[in-house]
Design a protein around this ligand. Structure first.
Ligand code: PEP
Ligand code: MG
Length: 608
């Protein structure tokens, strides 16, 4: 007996080496920690004379592990062997996949004026006066305790992680969430947290992880905001090029909404979260030491050749203006035809709709030339707290007035989509658990209220209602019956509404003939369909399904052949350059894409 007990308690060890040029930095560390935390056994990392807990992001980061370093992973206790094996596999994959951001190739410098050279974050040209970043801390009243502020900040990052699943910035929020959780466990008060942030960021100073110091400050700021201490930054209301040592990742969203023409940062790296977000927002930006530059002077920020040209000659200004105009003309060309129909070279007219999440993205969709909404992801409308019936009606009404062709999906919660005000039970396989239409059973009150709001907002107009994650005809019939009962209870006429399904679960492929008899339309959700066809979680950190696999096109072909009701595609595949001609060949006539992809998708169709 004691032999087995000993065996169970015997520490398992493995020597691992850092092979990535980036070292073991925040994003891979966060994924490693996420996995370590799923095991109840002890997981530690020993490096040189230090041993740290591997379930804490900042303890692991404090080791500053760089390329060439080797450390020992130690697991001890329940399932220690399995934990060691899984963490080892994940670590190897993280190292293999952690590609360094390639330096953007610079165009040749051709200005006469003096310049400061730098590293390109995001290409483009900006000509504007320089403006130095300053901020003030403003004190407001707050009802939250430190622990509540911490909890709210972690939740906020969880929601950001969920809502950014569609782009490559999601991992930043997961990393920040893990980091804050870890810092929070060691802090009882704001002062504790401030001291900890100060201490840990000091340790990063001058290391490869130096640029992560802004993440620490960002997290501190997030918590402070809930305690009534807000950062107030003012920006000019005419175009400007922002000069700053660094920016908080969370500031980029706000900055993108100002008149900013470009950004020059002194202390970040092309790999930092701030840089990734600047690229995502399409803001022309550079890393350069601008200490000697004077605010308010007009400069050229040429992030094609990687330079800030100060005191530019009139010739230089002309040259930069020409380059800027060329760049804008290319973008404009794609967008000039955005309100025109998308007709293929063979004369087939294809409808291009938009996938939207809220009133703002619906407005953007309209401006970008969308012909309607093919997917309203209603779960993203109210991210922080449960909306009242009136608030829901108002939001739906605002969106419904923008277009005639409208498809709204009932709440698709579960799996990768969480809402802080809906408590779903913790499941081992959430993607195969309580998700989408299955909430009709578990949370009928929530769904009934949403349907009531949709019916009231849609008053006498055609609208398509779509149920997510349908896997059987009975499930659809029950959901439709549920909707009809809600309408009857509130004496609402829904005769003008159509009911359809998302095709996301492979079982539907074999049931199309029966579905034809009951549904009004189909929308193929290729994101989930791919996940379920290949049994690879769409958010899996290391496994990636082939989103352009012939199997997926065969599945779509099978649907098109059997369906007698209209079909659209609303997954990411619909905007994929390589996929569009194939989809049109298969007979797809409606594509629904994100608002910013509408003009480009129309252009692809015209050339297909
Ligand atoms: C899909 O699964 O393809 C889809 C469009 O839905 P979501 O990405 O919102 O799950
Ligand atoms: Mg889906």
């Amino acid at each position: 007996m004691s032999f087995f007990k000993n065996l169970l308690c015997k520490p398992q060890t493995k020597k691992l080496s850092i092979t990535s040029n980036n070292g073991f930095h925040l994003r891979p560390v966060a994924q490693f920690v996420s996995l370590a935390k799923t095991y109840s056994c002890q997981v530690t990392v020993a490096f040189k004379d230090k041993t740290v807990d591997a379930k804490g992001v900042n303890s692991l980061l404090s080791l500053s592990l760089e390329k060439g370093d080797s450390f020992t992973l130690v697991t001890k206790g329940k399932k220690a062997e399995e934990a060691l094996e899984k963490l080892h596999t994940l670590f190897e994959t993280l190292m293999r996949n952690d590609k360094e951001v390639k330096e953007i190739e610079k165009e040749t410098y051709s200005y006469r004026g003096s310049a400061i050279e730098g590293e390109i974050i995001s290409e483009g040209i900006a000509i504007a006066p320089l403006y130095t970043y300053t901020f003030k801390e403003i004190l407001q009243k707050s009802d939250f305790s430190f622990q509540e502020a911490l909890h709210k900040s972690v939740n906020e990052l969880e929601v950001l992680y969920t809502t950014h699943q569609k782009n490559n910035t999601a991992s930043i929020y997961l990393a920040q969430k893990e980091l804050l959780t870890s810092l929070g466990q060691k802090s009882q008060t704001l002062t504790d947290l401030e001291q900890l942030v100060e201490k840990e960021s000091q340790q990063l100073l001058g290391t490869k992880l130096d640029s992560k110091r802004s993440d620490y400050q960002d997290l501190l700021q997030r918590v402070k905001k809930y305690l009534g201490i807000e950062l107030k930054v003012t920006f000019p209301d005419t175009p400007f090029i922002l000069l700053a040592d660094d920016l908080f990742p969370s500031e980029i969203d706000t900055l993108a909404k100002t008149k900013v023409s470009g950004v020059v940062l002194k202390e970040t790296s092309t790999n930092s979260h701030t840089a990734i977000l600047l690229r995502g927002a399409g803001i022309t930006s550079l890393i350069a030491d601008t200490t000697q530059l004077l605010t308010e002077t007009k400069v050229i920020l040429d992030a094609f050749c990687g330079a800030v040209v100060y005191a530019p000659s009139s010739n230089d200004l002309q040259k930069a203006t020409n380059r800027l105009q060329k760049d804008e003309a290319l973008k404009a060309l794609a967008s000039t035809k955005r309100f025109e129909n998308a007709t293929t070279s063979k004369g087939k007219n294809i409808k291009v709709l938009a996938n939207v999440a809220d009133v703002n993205s619906a407005k953007t969709a309209k401006e970008e030339g969308a012909e309607g909404i093919g997917l309203l992801r209603s779960e993203f409308l109210f991210k922080e707290k449960k909306p009242s019936l009136e608030v829901q009606i108002q939001a739906y009404k605002e969106i419904f007035t923008l277009f005639d062709d409208l498809t709204i999906r009932t709440l698709d919660i579960g799996g990768d989509k969480a809402l802080p005000y809906i408590n779903l039970p913790k499941e081992d396989n959430p993607f195969l658990g309580i998700r989408g239409v299955r909430l009709f059973q578990t949370n009928p009150g929530l769904i009934a209220e949403q349907l009531q709001a949709i019916f009231l907002a849609s008053k006498n107009r055609a609208l398509k209602i779509m149920f997510p994650m349908i896997s059987s005809v009975e499930e659809f019939n029950e959901a439709k019956l549920f909707a009809q009962k809600v309408a009857k209870k509130h004496q609402l006429d829904i005769a003008q509404l159509q009911f359809g399904i998302m095709i996301e679960v492979p079982s539907v492929l074999f049931l199309i003939e029966t579905f034809n008899e009951v549904v009004d339309f189909y929308s193929i959700g290729t994101n989930d369909l791919t996940q379920y066809l290949f049994a690879i979680e769409r958010t899996h950190p290391t496994l990636k399904a082939d989103t352009l696999s012939p199997v997926l096109f065969d599945a779509i072909e099978a649907i098109v052949k059997k369906a007698t009701k209209p079909i659209s595609i609303c997954g990411e595949l619909a905007a994929n350059k390589g996929a569009i001609p194939k989809l049109l060949n298969l007979g797809i006539k409606t594509l629904s894409v994100s608002p910013k992809n509408v003009a480009q998708t129309k252009e692809e169709i015209r050339h297909a």
